[in-house]
Design a binder for this molecule. Structure first.
Ligand SMILES: NC(=O)c1ccc[n+]([C@@H]2O[C@H](COP(=O)([O-])OP(=O)(O)OC[C@H]3O[C@@H](n4cnc5c(N)ncnc54)[C@H](O)[C@@H]3O)[C@@H](O)[C@H]2O)c1
Length: 337
């Protein structure tokens, strides 16, 4: 077996637990260290996943653990500073989505990343989901023809425990946004990636339907107009009574492609000729493949599907929807390149 990636995990919460579990299926990854501000969490996490070093301070972890890369699974407002510190130390980063809490942070970070030449990837792991990957590739290769419109529906349900267990989810200051940024952006990212065009303007509404006592929205609808005129409609919710399947409908001049994730991820193609697409990484779960893809990027320079620069457009589009829902006007998507 080749060299292993000595990975440090920052944030020992919810998604880090899943990532640590799937890392057991990624032979190229060795969990070398973890840290969490909560000492009980970091100690429990280290024990459970047999991680040799643990601390309660990110700077200490990256200075003292001899890491090849870090995985950041911390609240959104910490992404910017932790990426900056790691990049300064020339340590590659896999950061949980979104890249940063705001577009302004992403815009100031990207030149630092590029100047340092350090690999920074974002865990929009649906790019490593077979069906989402195929859908995006079909869109990129014109399988359904010229795309006029896309409709994305994310009818998810969260209970009050979601905000109680991770209080940072409640505030704009720490989370940056609610369902659209935290959940919907996964699928908007797939569609923007597939369209390969720049978002130009957006209109949106957001509301507090179920959770009145938190700052962030639990329901958001938006329409993003792309530079080529295609319209992307997104409805993102964490307030439905019973969670339903996610769907992405792509309408083109030749045919229609429809993604659904229930009972398992699949796509249907209507009126167009199917081409076979294969993910560049094998594995049983998208999180596993995303981690394996990141490890191969760092160790072997094999291209990763979600370099940081490619996760900026979704942040720009989400922010324009938020601005529009506040102003009641159509808002330009701010320049991000
Ligand atoms: N890719 C996905 O499917 C997916 C799913 C869930 C969450 N996420 C993302 O993962 C990130 C974390 O979300 P979560 O649900 O795991 O949150 P969480 O609240 O469960 O975990 C966050 C952890 O970070 C720790 N933390 C806070 N400040 C810290 C600091 N300064 N240094 C070290 N640790 C610190 C907290 O104590 C907590 O244990 C977010 O970016 C979120 O959007 C991604």
């Amino acid at each position: 077996m080749g060299r292993k990636l000595r990975l440090g995990i920052a944030g020992c919460g919810d998604i880090a637990g899943f990532m640590a579990l799937v890392s057991r299926l990624v032979p190229a990854v060795h969990l070398a260290a973890c840290c969490d501000v909560d000492p009980v969490r970091s100690a429990r996490f280290a024990r459970k996943h047999r991680i040799p070093r643990q601390s309660n301070n990110f700077a200490e972890m990256i200075h003292e653990s001899g890491l090849d890369a870090v995985y950041l699974a911390v609240p959104h407002h910490l992404h910017y500073e932790m990426i900056r510190l790691a990049v300064e130390k020339r340590i590659p980063v896999l950061v949980e989505k979104p890249l940063t809490r705001t577009l302004a942070e992403a815009r100031s970070l990207m030149p630092l990343i590029e100047a340092a030449g350090v690999k920074v990837g974002v865990n929009y792991q649906y790019r490593y989901d077979n069906a989402c990957y195929t859908l995006a590739r079909w869109m990129q290769h014109g399988v359904v023809g010229r795309i006029s419109s896309v409709r994305i529906n994310i009818p998810w349900a969260r209970q009050s425990g979601y905000f109680e267990q991770s209080a940072w989810h409640r505030t704009i200051e720490q989370a940056g946004g609610g369902t659209l940024l935290t959940q919907g952006s996964h699928f908007l990212d797939i569609v923007l990636w597939g369209l390969g065009d720049q978002p130009e303007s957006a209109q949106g509404y957001s509301s507090h339907f179920k959770f009145q006592d938190v700052e962030v929205e639990d329901l958001a609808h938006g329409i993003v107009r792309m530079q080529n005129g295609a319209l992307v409609q997104i409805a993102s919710s964490m307030a439905v009574a019973t969670e339903q399947a996610v769907s992405i409908e792509v309408y083109g001049s030749i045919g229609t492609a429809i993604y659904g994730n229930f009972p398992f991820p699949h796509i249907k193609l209507i009126g167009a000729k199917r081409i076979t697409e294969r993910l560049p990484v094998l594995g049983v779960h998208a999180l596993q493949r995303s981690l394996a893809g990141f490890a191969a990027w760092v160790l072997e320079d094999t291209p990763f599907l979600i370099p940081a620069s490619s996760a900026v457009p979704v942040l720009a589009a989400v922010e324009a929807i938020y601005r529009s829902s506040g102003s009641g006007q159509r808002e330009a998507v701010e320049a991000f390149a």
